[in-house]
Write a protein that binds this ligand. Sequence first.
Ligand code: MLT
Length: 259
Amino acid sequence: MGATVIDGNEFFYRERGSGPVALFIHGFPLDSSMWIEQLEMLSDLRRCVAPDLRGFGRTGPAIAAVLSMERHADDLAALLDALDVEQVDLVGLSMGGYVALAFVERHPGRIRSLGLVDTKATADAAEAKAGRDRMAAKVVAQGQQAIVADLIPVLVADTASTWLAGRVRQMVTDTRVETMVAALEGMKRRPDRSSVLAEIAVPITVIVGEQDVLMPAADARAMAEAAGAMVTVIPDAGHMSPIEQPGAVAVALREFWIA
Ligand code: MLT
């Protein structure tokens, strides 16, 4: 585990293993602990680094009304500078995938490969934007507990264990209210990066939980096809495939990296 200061903010990151660096970007409203199993299972192959993004987890508060994907991407580039790392295998789940695509756009020379997990390249439709405004208002009025009931059924498959649901609940309730509001606004404003994905010159893999209701497997297959990427559909997993089926996700990443 480590910490570094970027722009006067303390950034926390988990680290396991040695070798070429793999950078794991968490989703919303989550934190780096969602990658613990992947860090452990892949540490023989990579120096695995999983930061808490600005405002999330143990990293300092954001102090920003909008947490844009570009802001997170630039923070990650600064983190790599601080770690003296030039290039990474980038892996992002959901919002982490949006950040990964912003990173590719802004720092194209710094990636060796891209793993997109339970995510998409397109922007929010109007209804999704309105849903983000409703969630922001609800979390401000009623706190994190109020949105847990909405989020757990869409984050994990309905076959997920009570323990897994508890783990997700803890990440959600530990996320600062103001971070949620700023991140919802940032996701709402993110552009369609399908063209960025189409133009990436490095190997890409797409991984998706078979029961992901937020990023359906059919959409993931279409995204992979458009990008010329391979796709792995993870059985018995929803949107949180890396913690629902950690072994299967680690195998998919391992095979992708060593191919
Ligand atoms: C996530 O898991 O990061 C979020 O579901 C992404 C989103 O709300 O678009």
